[in-house]
Design a binder for this molecule. Structure first.
Ligand SMILES: Nc1ncnc2c1ncn2[C@@H]1O[C@H](COP(=O)(O)OP(=O)(O)OP(=O)(O)O)[C@@H](O)[C@H]1O
Ligand SMILES: [Mg+2]
Length: 594
């Protein structure tokens, strides 16, 4: 059985209409196997210990049945979910909020680093579900702002971590505050045997659900190692690795905070877009960086194990281990940040002497098969680097302004003694600014896409309203549409109004701004595209620079693409070219006319 698609459908599960709509709202059409497996036991009130691989939808697996079980509208803490990091608590609370959207259930995230006062106020107002990190949750219990007398369900997400030495005392202290007849649920991708032993103290006759038997590897994640070359410093090894692999985007995991800072700086100095995430950063900064990487606006997030467990980034192509973690199970969680819900991913690790122990443990205990690749030699790395810069320069030239006036200067420069230095300076200046412009264009594109999506929602809402009005006022509508300038039809103001509602519903809510052109493209995710790959292929097919594509709204069978004005003709002209062996169709998207 696949780890991602179960043979049960949501229709087979005894779901309330509220939850069904919440699930639909998340875009889930079929439950994943873990969601199908735990639904019954949780709904029946059983305690559960569940292991299911990374990225298989465990959050909704416990989320759906607990939201189903707890009564809405009480504003009393009926369920408590504990997570190991602030980022995960926030993410889980967002998923539960979305699933509970149509039920009168409020979800609050309570975690350290965020202002206490705001959380206290929210807790006073009350909520049915509390999601939090143990330290802050316990603070609120102590201060009396969080009352758990009515808590019927407790969840430990990343349960093995929550019951490990670092968290054990805090977590069990919280569990001791809960009613003894509560239901307790433990979820993780790794459930070591000793945890079951330990859990017997806190669980009552639990049902243990271990999916995928003893197979720990995620099928779609390729595991690759590079042995560190000692002739040059380790950060240079990483740079060479990145030259060879050229990842779309990645989390680069480091074992220490100092390393995250070092690597962030090394990558930035080498023109790569990187930001660090570690426990030293203020919470606001942590959320900013996490937001950027989740929105696909950051190429490299250099992180400690804060980001190792649970964090869901839907389109992360690579996980890179600058160093291997000491604990082999952490490796499984780290690499599980890619390859989610059946997508493909690559995990690459730099391995040196002491880490061979972890490597052997991973091979022996978890059956991971590593593909060994070789770092490029300094000369190879240099030529890879040069090729990439050349390509960037050429792409920019194709799209850029006329430059011929500078040719005489170029001739002069090449004859001068300091010509090379001056030219190198000009290049450095070009690349810095060009990358900045590209980053800004990407960010603007995301904003445009968001505004475009908001527009779509408004359009849908108007269409729905217009639809109602059309239904009720159909005869008038028909009359009005038969009369050009219908509002003038014998002073019948209502028919004029009805017509204008109906018409507006078929057109964009606001006129398309002149800073972008929206194109319809005949291929989508079902052809195996992700946003960046489709953008790159389209730009190539239309011989346009990649930056001319501002945003991609990928649907299963087609995509809407926002491009810079002026480039649309080239994209439309790419119609008929073969992309993934299928002829491409590109059209300027127009509002539908009936
Ligand atoms: N039934 C479903 N159909 C499609 N996508 C789903 C479904 N359920 C969950 N997802 C999506 O799958 C992704 C992974 O889900 P989730 O984060 O819950 O995985 P997980 O098993 O908890 O992973 P980890 O072990 O890393 O914490 C999320 O983006 C989620 O929105
Ligand atoms: Mg999870």
């Amino acid at each position: 059985m696949s780890d991602y698609v179960s043979s049960t459908s949501f229709a087979d599960l005894p779901l309330s209409d509220e939850l069904r709509r919440g699930i639909e709202g998340r875009g889930y059409t079929t439950p994943t196997p873990v969601q199908a497996a735990v639904f019954g036991p949780i709904l029946a009130g059983r305690d559960v210990i569940c292991r299911s691989k990374t990225g298989t939808g465990k959050t909704a697996a416990f989320g759906i049945p607990i939201l189903e079980r707890i009564p809405g509208g009480t504003r009393k803490a009926s369920a408590l979910v504990l997570c190991n990091t602030r980022e995960l608590a926030l993410q889980v609370s967002q998923e539960l909020t979305a699933l509970a959207q149509h039920k009168n259930i409020s979800v609050i995230a309570v975690y350290g680093g965020a202002p206490m006062g705001v959380q206290t106020q929210a807790l006073r107002a009350g909520a049915e579900v509390i999601v939090g990190t143990p330290g802050r949750v316990y603070d609120h219990i102590r201060r009396g702002s969080l009352k758990l007398d009515d808590t019927r369900i407790a969840v430990l997400d990343e349960a093995d971590e929550m019951l490990s030495a670092g968290f054990y005392e805090e977590v069990t202290r919280i569990l001791d505050h809960l009613p003894p007849d509560r239901q307790t649920l433990l979820f993780s991708a790794t459930v070591p045997p000793d945890i079951e032993q330990l859990a017997t103290k806190y669980l009552r006759n639990p049902e243990t659900i271990l999916l995928s038997g003893d197979v720990f590897t995620v099928e779609h994640i390729k595991n690759v190692i590079y042995y560190v070359v000692d002739q040059y410093p380790k950060p240079r090894n990483l740079l060479y690795l990145l030259e060879r692999e050229d990842p779309e985007n990645a989390i680069v995991f480091c074992n220490t905070r100092t390393d995250t800072e070092l690597i962030q700086n090394v990558l930035n100095r080498n023109g790569l877009d990187a930001e660090m995430l570690n426990g030293d950063l203020p919470q606001k900064e942590r959320e900013r960086v996490m937001g950027k990487v989740k929105r696909g606006e950051l190429k490299f997030m250099v992180a400690t194990d804060i980001a190792a467990r649970g964090i869901d980034i839907s389109d992360l192509s690579h996980v890179i281990n600058y160093s291997l973690p000491e604990d082999p199970s952490v490796y499984l969680h780290r690499v599980g940040r890619t390859g989610r819900i059946g997508k493909k991913g690559t995990a690459i690790s730099l391995v040196s002497g002491a880490e061979l122990v972890t490597l052997t443990a991973l091979e022996r205990n978890y059956g991971i098969q590593f593909e060994e690749r070789k770092l490029p030699t300094p000369d190879e790395a240099k030529s890879l680097w040069i090729e990439r810069q050349m390509k960037e320069l050429r792409d920019a030239m194709t799209a850029g302004a006329a430059f011929e006036a500078y040719l005489p200067l170029m001739q002069d420069l090449s004859a001068r003694e300091d010509g090379k230095q001056l030219l190198a300076y000009a290049l450095k200046y070009f690349f810095t600014h060009h990358r900045m412009e590209k980053a800004q264009a990407r960010a603007a594109g995301e904003k445009l896409l968001q505004s475009h999506q908001v527009e779509q929602v408004h359009k849908e809402q108007k269409r729905a309203r217009g639809g109602h009005d059309r239904e009720r006022r159909k005869p008038r509508m028909e009359r009005a549409s038969e009369t050009p300038g219908g509002a003038g039809s014998a002073g019948d103001g209502r028919s004029g109004q009805a017509r204008s509602i109906g018409d507006r519903a078929e057109e964009p809510a606001v006129p398309a701004p002149a800073d972008r052109v929206k194109l319809y493209v005949s291929q989508g995710s079902e052809q195996g595209w992700d946003k960046d790959a489709l953008a790159a292929a389209l730009a190539e097919a239309a011989a346009q620079p990649r930056e001319s594509i501002l945003a991609v709204d990928l649907k299963p069978r087609y995509a809407y693409v926002l491009v810079q004005p002026g480039s649309e003709a080239a994209y439309v002209a790419a119609t008929g070219k073969l992309l993934r062996d299928r002829p491409l169709a590109v059209e300027i998207a127009r509002p539908k006319k009936r």
